[in-house]
Design a protein around this ligand. Structure first.
Ligand code: IPM
Ligand code: MG
Length: 358
């Protein structure tokens, strides 16, 4: 019996998680699912975005199905109490270093992209973002009075960008192995022309590449990568990069598809324990209206079956069911266009269930 921690979170989180749970239940798998509050909901329940009981449940599970966290009403809290800290805390506590962020342009949604259809038709990029290192977690960090720099004596803030060889090696292995199952191409994104950390990144990735002679590696500076993503996105297959650059480039890539409401993500540790969440946020402006797109969360559940529960067959079934409902013309408002049928969150989830039962 696999254990799943279900963490709905805030905003549209609970609504979209309901639909993913519905889909998992209809598959009749040996899953034990237990829910717990996280983010703003965790703060409301026990004064912390990642309550101890929630963290314990996550640690004891094979996988975490995560909705979304955040709401404007928590913006005034001290940083350690803000909803986003829950996701950072889970990444750190479980060592979820490998973040998979696919950017896929679905055939029926090609016109929804802000780029010309011919640039994005058939787009299928996999961004692999290192998730537990870099300037996000590097110590030391903080505020102090400057003793040097342009304004000695002035108040200043600082963070530390750093990567160790094993941290870079393990994410590079993840990227090369993923590329083997795809088009066999890896683009490593760095800023080696300026940053010591990313010259080292480039050197280590180049070393690891020697173990994968069947995979083509190229290197790209992050500014150029940002440009190439909108100029010629289909040139990319697997993109591997650090935490900070990956945060930015994965948002950019998701927008190319015109349907951030469709994109799942996975964050894995060395034991294949994983956290699965939609790439989009908690969208508090539409929470409770029953109009959020549940497909990214349903596809995240499919990724969960594939990566943490070793059940590729059922992952394929869910992914086909999602393509099926798109082909039927069903659309939540975020992906709606003339000639299709507008449906709400639950109706979309029900349609996926029906497609699975066919
Ligand atoms: C993401 C988010 C998080 C990040 C925030 C919410 C901490 O932007 O998952 O990309 O910066 O990693
Ligand atoms: Mg982000």
């Amino acid at each position: 019996m696999a254990k799943i921690a279900v963490l709905p979170g805030d905003g549209i989180g609970p609504e979209i998680i309901d639909e993913a749970v519905k889909v998992l239940k209809v598959l009749n798998l040996p899953l034990e699912m237990a829910s717990a509050p996280v983010g703003g909901a965790g703060y409301e329940a026990s004064g912390h975005p990642l309550p101890d009981a929630t963290l314990q449940l996550a640690k004891d599970s094979d996988a975490i199905l995560f909705g979304a966290v955040g709401d404007w009403k928590y913006d005034t809290l001290d940083r350690p109490l803000r909803p986003e800290q829950a996701i950072l805390g889970l990444r750190k506590a479980l060592g979820l270093f490998a973040n998979f962020r696919p950017a896929i342009c679905y055939e029926q949604l090609t016109h929804a992209s802000s780029l010309k259809p011919e640039l994005v038709a058939g787009l299928d990029i996999l961004i692999i973002r290192e998730l537990t290192g870099d300037i996000y977690f590097g110590q030391p960090r903080g505020r102090r009075v400057a003793t040097d720099g342009h304004f000695p004596g002035a108040e200043e803030a600082f963070d530390t960008m750093r990567y160790s060889r094993p941290e870079i090696e393990r994410i590079a292995h993840v990227a090369f192995q993923a590329a083997r199952k795809r088009q066999g191409r890896v683009t490593s994104v760095d800023k080696a022309n300026v940053l010591e950390t990313f010259q080292f990144w480039k050197d280590v990735v180049t070393d690891v590449a020697k173990e994968y002679p069947d995979v083509t590696l190229d290197h790209m500076y992050v500014d150029n990568a940002a440009m190439q993503l909108v100029k010629e996105p289909k040139r990319f297959d697997v993109v591997v990069t650090g935490n900070m650059f990956g945060d930015i480039l994965s948002d950019e890539a998701s927008m190319l598809t015109g349907s951030i409401g469709m994109l799942p993500s996975a964050s894995l540790n060395t034991k294949n324990q994983g956290l699965y969440e939609p790439s989009h946020g908690s969208a508090p402006d539409i929470a409770g209206k029953g109009i959020a797109n549940p497909l990214a969360t349903i596809l995240s559940a499919a990724m969960m079956l594939r990566y943490s529960l070793n059940d590729a067959a059922n992952a394929d079934r869910i992914e086909s069911a999602v393509k099926d409902v798109l082909a039927q013309g069903l659309r939540t408002p975020d992906i709606y266009s003339d000639g299709t049928r507008k449906v709400g969150t639950a109706e979309m989830g029900d349609a996926v269930v029906q497609a699975l039962q066919k």
